[in-house]
Design a protein around this ligand. Structure first.
Ligand SMILES: [Cu+2]
Length: 153
């Protein structure tokens, strides 16, 4: 990810990068969305207080359902406000709490995405191993990062 050298750590976990790179960017056509083996169903998502509920979340490998905030209209991939461990498989009615931010007002934007539990220690290792990746890396299928921009209902 050397084509945005000055952005440095703000690109962490690729959430910002994905939104910052126009779809016409050469050779790095990343998108966010669902894959075939990893997916977050955001349709029908509900919220009560700080707790979001997703109808279904599927992971090919054990990992984390992670919530990143926006600030000033920009996704903040270098911080997260909630994370929940999930074993591999399909899970229904998955709750995810906003843990380190106030209860969101309706319409507040977040990125909800999957990170792998790379070392399988069931601890969310959110520290940087290079300019763009944390140890428990974002889950990709091909060039699709498994995630969505959501607005709190
Ligand atoms: Cu992330």
């Amino acid at each position: 990810m050397t084509f945005l050298p000055t952005a440095g750590r703000s690109l962490a976990c690729l959430a910002l990068l994905v939104l910052a790179v126009p779809s016409s960017a050469p050779s790095q056509e990343m998108t966010i969305g669902n894959g075939e083996k990893n997916a977050i169903v955001v349709d029908g998502m509900t919220r009560e207080g700080r707790t979001f509920t997703f109808r279904e979340v599927t992971l090919a490998e054990p990992g984390w359902l992670v919530l990143h905030p926006f600030e000033g209209g920009e996704p903040q991939g270098e911080i997260y406000v909630g994370a929940k461990y999930l074993p591999a498989g399909t899970h229904e009615s998955v709750t995810l709490d906003v843990q380190t931010a106030p209860e969101p007002a309706p319409g507040t934007h977040f990125i909800v995405m999957l990170h792998g539990d790379v070392d399988r220690d069931e601890t969310f290792d959110f520290f940087f191993v290079d300019d763009t990746n944390v140890a428990d890396k974002a889950v990709f299928e091909g060039s699709t990062m498994i995630g969505h921009v959501i607005a709190a209902p």
